[in-house]
Design a protein around this ligand. Structure first.
Ligand SMILES: [Zn+2]
Ligand SMILES: [Zn+2]
Length: 391
């Protein structure tokens, strides 16, 4: 009998005995199934800030006397957040991480998992005139790789994707009238899963894309909107991540976020009925790149959730005591034996749960994180109970 068995077994017996003799109150036991229900809203705005490096933003916020990062500060003060979320385990480049966010799948097959649950799309650039889709160039053992757009659209709701890098047309193509799968959920809403796709970019910035978002959303009110702002990444590649120019780009994105938050608060349709999810695809280094997925500066990313019903001024790991684990500085794998950190790849699943919809068929990160407030003292007993692992 090994060390762990000798020391651990009596704790379990004691816990079991306690459970049999005296039912534990909800205050004492907080299993994943007993976390409070997540808020339900009709609108989710899912924002990815390309190359938003957690440590850099954190340092700037700490000394932000000029309030150049006021929107980010509001996301923290009024929402649930962490600066210690993770990218995909195997990649810290743009497209594979966005495929993860939109399909809830890891890039490669995790240990202990069948070959049906990873997206398998490693490409970060698309050949000219390509016929590539996620389905024919990703994990071909799957056949069709479902996305957030499929689930929202098949349930009769509306979707939009606003991108500031041209390569995002892989999503438009994979989920269009030709390559999108027929809708077998309720009424037939068609194969084209993305009702509005727009790409725009002005050199190193996404101002015109943002202007389009601000012009269209008050008219169209998509139930699910994904917005991609490339400014910090594009600037970081030219001037280095962490340079003055990089921070100017992050300040620009702060202003985009401020506009979106004002829209959510003032628009009669969005008001009190919208959650914003804000994260990143990867960080970046002072030598102008982010391709090394083993570097903390690349794999550690921020994650903010803000809006109707979301816990205020809360740490996302505190809100998920039994089903996620703060990874410290580590880079946990997707193995089924590992309690997962919060990841950008699970933000699409959260969006669906907030909209009252099921998770993405055959995806991997199907267990939505909790973003609602609950009695904090309950987490004290979390160590006694086995954490819930995806699948
Ligand atoms: Zn990127
Ligand atoms: Zn980049």
């Amino acid at each position: 009998m090994g060390f762990h068995q000798i020391n651990f077994l009596p704790i379990w017996l004691a816990a079991l005995g306690l459970a049999l003799i005296q039912p534990l109150s909800a205050q004492q036991v907080l299993k994943a199934a007993e976390l409070p229900p997540n808020p339900q809203v009709e609108y989710v705005i899912h924002v990815s800030i390309d190359g938003l490096t957690a440590s850099m933003l954190e340092a700037k916020l700490a000394g932000d006397t000029a309030e150049q990062y006021a929107a980010f500060q509001r996301l923290i003060d009024e929402g649930a957040s962490t600066f210690n979320a993770r990218t995909d385990y195997d990649t810290t480049v743009t497209l594979p991480n966005h495929v993860g966010m939109l399909t809830a799948r890891p890039l490669w097959q995790p240990e202990g998992v069948s070959d049906q649950h990873h997206h398998g799309f490693p490409h970060n650039a698309l050949p000219e005139g390509t016929n590539m889709t996620l389905h024919n160039a990703g994990n071909t053992s799957v056949g069709y790789i479902y996305s957030v757009f499929d689930v929202v659209h098949d349930h009769g709701l509306t979707t939009a994707l606003y991108a500031s890098k041209e390569r995002f047309n892989i999503f438009e193509k994979s989920y269009n009238d030709t390559y999108g799968r027929g809708d077998s959920v309720g009424e037939d809403n068609g194969r084209n899963k993305i009702d509005r796709y727009a790409y725009a970019n002005d050199g190193l910035h996404a101002q015109s894309l943002h202007a389009l978002v601000m012009e269209e959303l008050p008219q169209t009110h998509p139930n699910y909107t994904f917005v991609h702002y490339a400014d910090p990444d594009l600037t970081g590649h030219v001037h280095a991540f962490g340079s003055d120019e990089y921070f100017e780009a992050v300040e620009g994105v702060n202003d985009y976020l401020a506009d979106l938050m004002t829209l959510v608060e003032t628009d009669p349709v969005f008001r009190n009925n919208t959650v914003m999810i804000v994260t990143s695809d990867h960080g970046g280094t002072d030598f102008k790149g982010h391709g090394d997925q083993t570097m903390e500066i690349n794999y550690r990313i921020p994650l903010f959730v803000w809006g109707q019903g979301v816990a205020a001024n809360a740490d996302l790991y505190d809100l998920n005591p039994t089903n996620r684990q703060d990874p410290g500085v580590e880079r946990p794998t997707f193995s089924v034996d590992v309690v997962q950190p919060l990841r950008n790849g699970e933000t699409g699943t959260l969006a669906l749960e907030l909209l009252g919809l099921p998770s993405i068929p055959w995806s991997f990160m199907t267990n939505a994180m909790n973003v609602a407030s609950f009695q904090a003292e309950a987490s004290a007993l979390k160590e006694l109970f086995l954490p819930v692992i995806w699948h």
